[in-house]
Design a protein. Structure first.
Length: 153
């Protein structure tokens, strides 16, 4: 990537009452090969304190927090879009762990084609609930990738 044309990135994370999980996600953002320019945590009306998590990660990440009082993920994500300062906004959830090359891989298409407006990638759940809908989605995704759900070819 050409440094003089470098696009800035904001990672937007919506959270509510899950400081332990947020800590795991932030730990994975510290390990990025291309560090984000901003990590914006949108607290969607938590009753639990995040102060300990924010104190731990404030020296390690360009961390900023806002509170969205209107309940619901859509309202919180929209608040994140309004507040983010990056040219590229990356969304993730507080119960995820980002692959070390997550930011790097998601910004590459924007450098390759100036007409790209959005990109996505594979999401693997850190904690699987084992429900029937989850199992169907996993099988469907694997089949679309040309893989068999049982691990065979």
């Amino acid at each position: 990537m050409n440094e003089e044309k470098r696009l800035t990135t904001s990672v937007v994370v919506v959270t509510k009452d899950r400081p332990r999980l947020l800590g795991g996600l932030l730990r994975s953002l510290v390990a990025q090969t291309l560090p984000p320019d901003e990590v914006l945590v949108v607290d969607n009306g938590s009753s639990r304190s995040y102060n300990e998590v924010f104190r731990e990660f404030a020296p390690l990440l360009p961390l900023r927090t806002v509170v969205e009082t209107k309940p619901g993920i859509p309202a919180a994500r929209n608040r994140g879009v309004r507040e983010a300062t990056g040219e590229i906004i990356l969304f993730t959830d507080d119960d995820c762990a980002a692959d070390p090359r997550w930011v790097e891989c998601l910004v590459k298409p924007f450098y390759r084609n100036p007409y790209i407006g959005a990109v996505g990638g594979e999401i693997d759940s850190v904690e699987k609930a084992g429900g029937i809908v989850e199992e169907f989605c996993i099988s469907e995704t694997l089949m679309r990738m040309g893989k068999r759900p049982d691990g065979g070819r």
